[in-house]
Ligand binder design. Structure first.
Ligand SMILES: *Cc1c(COP(=O)(O)O)cnc(C)c1O
Length: 371
């Protein structure tokens, strides 16, 4: 008989307990110097993360959503402009487009990687297209070489949604290098997570960096001079202090995720479709997503065994009530829709023990083999 155990989808407390003294000291130092917004701590984090990303600039902001919104704004993308992206992402990706008055144009995904199908991008380009916004879903980068070639040919900007892809590589190149900019989220559950909301932009462009620094801080040039109207989207020093400490562990955590993936794959490869890591890519497995036609049954029975899973994402954006006005329908993006019915994200956090992975896999096999 198997022992029963409860397995959460993520365990932020386990991570905190492992680094509690450093985190507590970092928080205390911000409380002691009372410089709570931007300032030296945020600068230090920006520099450290820029080094990690291999980009010239990192600009810390309030959230991943704001990072995406500010970049499109800084690019001058607005009313009537079209931005190409995918329908299988978190709504923040398209909110950043519509909040600037622009129009999301969806392209279906590649069924193996769940990322944008680069062979379908060119047919979506119109005279109104201004940018391509690929999403590095689950932690594996889209085909940036191909995307940047298409963008050059059609004179388009490229913005990478790297909110799930801290540390990911495409042939040794990080997000933000083959494009105008990449945006990251430090939402607590992300691979590098703050203790609240935070995000950033990574870019090699001096012009974009300067404009985003202004936009995040009310369009300020200096304290009381506003070159333009901006936003209040500054990073907190408390979040920056926590992120600086956690950044030291990020590569190790990514390696632990990848170790867990190898263990899962070994146990599950013969039972169902495990994730494909394409040649030349470094997948950082923010999410470990399996695929089976018996997904609903599997999720239900795992839940009954106290194993928490997720679906990322169950209802594609083109079918969301918020986008009813786009008049898109079921059947418009078949690979996305098919994936939405078959995907299941299993627990993959770095602290997850091997015996728990074994337990999850045994449960999965007992369900699928029984049916
Ligand atoms: C988390 C996420 C965002 C939004 O980031 P926030 O920091 O929560 O605003 C955007 N895009 C993707 C793909 C995400 O996973």
């Amino acid at each position: 008989m198997m022992i029963e155990m409860k397995i959460p989808f993520v365990d932020l407390n386990a991570q905190y307990q492992n680094i509690k003294p450093e985190i507590d000291a970092a928080i205390q130092s911000v409380l002691d110097n009372t410089s709570f917004i931007l300032g030296a701590t945020v600068n230090s984090f920006e520099q450290a993360f820029a080094k990690f990303c291999g980009t010239k600039h990192v600009i810390g902001v309030n959230s991943g959503t704001d990072a995406l919104t500010l970049v499109l704004n800084a690019m001058g993308i607005g009313a009537g402009d079209e931005v190409i992206t995918v329908p299988n992402t978190f709504i923040a990706t398209t909110e950043a487009i519509t909040r600037n008055g622009a129009i999301p144009v969806f392209v279906d995904i590649d069924s193996k990687t769940f990322n944008i199908d680069v062979t379908k991008i060119e047919t979506a380009i119109t005279p109104k297209t201004k940018a391509i916004l690929p999403v590095h879903l689950y932690g594996q980068m889209a085909d940036m070489k191909k995307i940047s070639e298409i963008a050059k040919k059609h004179n388009l900007r490229v913005l990478e949604d790297a909110c799930q892809a801290h540390g990911a590589k495409d042939n040794d190149v990080s997000p933000g290098v083959l494009s105008d900019a990449a945006c990251y989220s430090f939402y607590p559950g992300k691979n590098l997570g703050a203790y609240g909301d935070a995000g950033c932009v990574a870019t090699n462009s001096d012009e974009l960096a300067e404009e985003i620094r202004k936009l995040r801080n009310h369009g300020r040039d200096e304290k009381h001079i506003h070159a333009e109207e901006g936003f209040n989207s500054r990073m907190d020093a408390l979040q920056a202090a926590i992120l600086l400490e956690k950044l030291k562990h990020l590569n190790d955590w990514i390696e632990k995720r990848r170790e867990n993936v190898r263990f899962y794959n070994k146990l599950l490869d013969e039972t169902l479709a495990t994730p494909l890591e394409k040649d030349g890519k470094k997948h950082v497995y923010h999410l470990y997503v399996i695929r089976t036609r018996k997904r609903d049954l599997l999720q239900k029975l795992l839940k009954e065994s106290d194993i928490s899973c997720g679906i990322h994402y169950p209802l594609p954006l083109h079918l969301q009530p918020a986008y009813k006005y786009m008049n898109l329908k079921k059947g418009d993006f078949p690979e996305t829709e098919k994936a939405a019915d078959e995907i299941l994200s299993l627990p993959i956090y770095p602290e997850l023990e091997k015996e728990k992975i074994k337990y999850v896999c045994e449960k999965i096999k007992s369900v699928l083999n029984f049916e």
